[in-house]
Design a protein around this ligand. Structure first.
Ligand code: AQP
Length: 328
């Protein structure tokens, strides 16, 4: 069975961009692949944080992933720092990764621009990501579009290591491919940047219907549609129509499209219909999250079982890597 790996930072709550771009796909793929899904807490310490917050968010992220539908009987769900081989392999990969490859990563440039002092960990973040993926010899990585450049780097790292340390014609590390969803990039509520925890433009997966409505109501729509009687163009409605496509039935999407173009519906009508579709999908997830919060031992057991499964594969990979490199 082919393997997949993917990770998510516990840098804030799980939002619908993470869910639609990645996590929903993880849930769909877990029965088709040998799957490893990781809460990447080492990645989350590359920017300012407090230890209490990190501990709480790591746990909340794991709870949200299980509530979203990851099933510990089908996949490994675990916390990165519980499997020490991630950072061990990262050091090794640091020694074969050209600095220039890291300096040109768009996410590094964006995040570095928002910080006063940039730490080396932020620059080396994609090397740890390469280690996360390659440790499990994963063939594919279900991610959102923003991660495609980082995945390219993982392929460079795999190629560099194979060229140095694997016999010719028998590469050890596969070159992992991105697995994108149709909703590969969800826009933030302002319609400009991508929806992102650090930009504060998100809708949390576990927010209540009232909280979600309070965010949908002022969200940007087709800017050319000023009066309710103006015909709208759904293609220019970067937030609401995109979310309809992700959450509503094909019939509802068609209805929204027709009624927007004919001005039979105003933007508030479209938003109300979207709110209903979102509630239908998100209410069961919220209910499961509450049940898991009431029974923390279920989350502990899932994470421990996931880490054990991950450690077994990680130890095997590290043994091979160290033997091949003269380190064992
Ligand atoms: N807006 C998005 N649309 C589609 N997919 C997205 N992802 C994130 N934002 C969107 C995907 O979610 C997975 C986990 O992301 P992450 O938390 O590890 O890192 P990120 O991409 O940096 O997410 P954020 O919200 O933007 O976090 P911060 O602000 O902390 O950097 C990934 O597969 C990602 O593609």
């Amino acid at each position: 069975m082919a393997r997949i790996f993917s990770g998510i930072q516990p840098s804030g709550e799980l939002h619908i961009g993470n869910y639609l771009g990645a996590v929903k796909n993880w849930v769909a793929l877990q029965s088709q692949f040998e799957s490893f899904f990781c809460v990447v807490d080492y990645h989350a310490i590359t920017v300012a944080y407090t230890p209490e917050d990190l501990r709480r968010r790591t746990r909340e992220m794991a709870t949200s992933l299980l509530a979203a539908g990851l099933d510990p009987a089908q996949c490994a769900v675990f916390v990165q720092s519980r499997v020490p081989e991630h950072t061990e392999l990262q050091w090794i990969f640091n020694t074969i990764t050209p600095l220039g490859e890291l300096e040109r990563q768009v996410q590094f440039k964006d995040k570095a621009a928002r910080q006063e002092q940039v730490m080396a960990g932020l620059l080396n973040y994609p090397v740890l990501q390469a280690a996360d993926i390659l440790l499990y010899l994963a063939d594919a990585v279900p991610v959102g579009e923003d991660q495609v450049q980082h995945l390219e780097l993982s392929r460079v790292v795999a190629r560099n290591w194979n060229a140095r340390f694997a016999p010719e014609g028998a590469p050890y590390f596969p070159e992992p491919q991105a697995k994108l969803t149709p909703t590969r990039r969800i826009a933030g509520l302002d319609g400009n940047a991508k929806m992102s925890k650090s930009l504060n433009n998100t809708i949390g997966l576990l927010e209540t219907p009232d909280e979600i409505w309070a965010k949908l109501r002022p969200a940007v729509t087709d800017p050319a549609r000023i009066k309710k009687t103006d015909a709208g163009n759904p293609d220019n409605c970067r937030v609401i129509f995109q979310l309809h496509r992700a959450f509503s039935s094909p019939e509802m999407v068609a209805e929204v499209e027709t009624k927007c173009r004919s001005a039979a519906w105003g933007c508030v009508d479209c938003k109300k219909a979207l709110h209903e579709s979102m509630n239908a999908e998100l209410t069961p997830i919220r209910t499961r999250a509450q049940a898991l919060a009431d029974q923390p031992s279920l989350v502990d057991a899932a994470l421990e079982a996931g880490a054990e499964k991950a450690r077994a594969v990680a130890a095997q990979t590290m043994r091979h890597v160290k033997e091949s490199m003269g380190l064992a």
